[in-house]
Design a protein around this ligand. Structure first.
Ligand SMILES: [Fe+2]
Length: 460
């Protein structure tokens, strides 16, 4: 192994070990902490000395994300900030009643690879009408277990001319989610899984069991690092999504294109894109994202405030800080800071400077981009098939908006925006270049996967 690669490999392995240890300590710590004599509630283990100088960022109240948590938040530097009081007026009460009528948000999940995906027990579903009577998005929170890192995950529902529903990228079928789908009227006719990615595949089977008459279509699915059959995940597909397939039952209204086949290690990489012709909407899963400057509403506000806290930063600190930070190094907790850190951690696994993430966030947010993690770990390995797919989508479909399965949706975007997002693979100059130093962790991970043979060399 090349010496410089060896250093990166060691860094990545240490990072993975650190995360695994934190997960283990989260279990052990919670079980070992004695209950408080006063409250009967288990207390957190004491913090290391250097982390104790000053209050810890906390927020009290909160209603499962419906309202912003109430109370005061104290930063490491002792600054207190007001957090919006939950509005216990008629409007808030009405919202709560509506939610209760819509059904339970309960959904248990402890699976995920390589880390479990949260929320573990309860998740809110938000429905947004994109085109009256025709198209809706459904959002839930989607996070990394045992951390406060969370983004959103988006399901798209389209009413076909038959009156039935076409569901793309199903999410957790909580009672609330299922009721929100049923409220639309019409049968769920098709459930579409346009990727093999675990975070989306995990919900296809339980969602289809709630709508047993729906037909399930998937791309050529596989799993990583062991290629398990779809049946292992409870998915019994009625059909496979193929590039430019005109024989699908929805072909008159929705066209499709599929990347590849492109070999990515042990099996072909697949992702499908769809074009809803009446609305000129492009629907993708992970191909592109548009990170909003403000956090999506579905993300729990307390998680965002935790994301801005010193404890969160200390857990994930990356790049620029070589020694334990001092209390005065920490900025005041805010939803904005928490969101910047979460967006960067979920897309880079750790940007260069998590303490002051503004520069990295500004380079990434507010425009159509390929998520750095997808770009580095997937697309950099399949540049040939990807280039063909990107150009095909841009020339065949004159879309005016895009709905991805994460972050902002829908986004006003044209084929030119799409091509700009993929400039790195088309040999074009990038409008805004992402900082190379932010890719350090992803580059190390990519080299590790290549060196141990789980991904091949570039096949373009
Ligand atoms: Fe995804």
């Amino acid at each position: 192994m090349v010496p410089e690669h060896r250093g990166c490999v060691i860094k990545v392995v240490l990072l993975l070990v650190k995360i695994c240890m934190r997960m283990m300590f989260a279990f052990v710590g919670a079980a070992a902490a004695p209950p408080s004599r006063r409250t009967g509630v288990r207390e957190k283990p004491p913090l290391p000395r250097w982390k104790r100088s000053g209050g810890h960022g906390t927020a009290s109240g909160g209603t499962g994300g419906l309202c912003v948590g109430s109370g005061r938040v104290r930063s490491r530097v002792g600054i207190q900030m007001d957090v919006k009081e939950p509005r216990q007026d008629g409007q808030a009460t009405e919202q709560m009643q509506k939610l209760q009528q819509r059904g339970s948000q309960w959904y248990v999940n402890f699976t995920g690879f390589p880390f479990p995906l949260r929320p573990f027990f309860k998740r809110r579903t938000m429905r947004k009408e994109v085109i009256p009577g025709t198209m809706w998005t459904f959002e839930q929170e989607h996070g990394l277990g045992f951390t406060f890192v969370a983004v959103n995950i988006v399901m798209t529902v389209i009413r076909l001319q038959s009156g039935g529903l076409w569901v793309h990228s199903p999410i957790a079928p909580t009672e609330e989610c299922v009721n929100l789908v049923k409220e639309l009227g019409g049968d769920v006719e098709f459930i579409i899984l346009g990727t093999y990615a675990y975070e989306h595949k995990i919900y296809a089977a339980p969602f289809s069991r709630k709508f047993p008459d729906a037909k399930v279509y998937t791309v050529k699915c596989w799993s990583w690092p062991i290629n398990l059959p779809n049946a292992f995940f409870g998915i019994f597909a009625d059909g496979e999504l193929r590039n430019d397939d005109r024989s699908t039952p929805w072909a008159d209204e929705i066209e499709q294109k599929v990347i590849g086949p492109a070999t990515l290690g042990i099996a072909p990489y697949s992702e499908a894109a769809f074009f809803h012709k009446p609305s000129k909407t492009l629907i993708v899963t992970d191909a592109v994202v548009h990170i909003p400057r403000s956090p999506p509403e579905v993300i729990d506000r307390n998680s965002l405030l935790q994301g801005a806290s010193d404890r969160f930063y200390s857990s994930f600190r990356t790049g620029s800080v070589e020694k334990p930070p001092r209390p005065e190094d920490f900025p005041e907790p805010s939803l904005e800071l928490g969101w910047m850190r979460m967006a960067l951690l979920s897309t880079y696994f750790g940007p260069y400077d998590l303490l002051n993430p503004r520069g990295s966030f500004d380079a990434l947010a507010g425009r159509l981009v390929v998520s750095p993690v997808v770009r580095k770990l997937v697309y950099s390995r399949i540049t040939g098939p990807l280039r063909e797919f990107v150009l095909d989508v841009a020339t065949a479909w004159q879309f005016t908006s895009i709905i991805p399965a994460h972050f902002a949706a829908p986004i006003a975007a044209s084929p030119k925006d799409w091509l700009d997002a993929f400039a790195f693979v088309l040999g074009k100059e990038e409008t805004v270049k992402l900082p190379e130093k932010d890719f350090e962790i992803l580059s190390g991970l990519e080299r590790l996967l290549r060196n141990i043979g789980l991904t091949p060399s570039d096949i373009s």
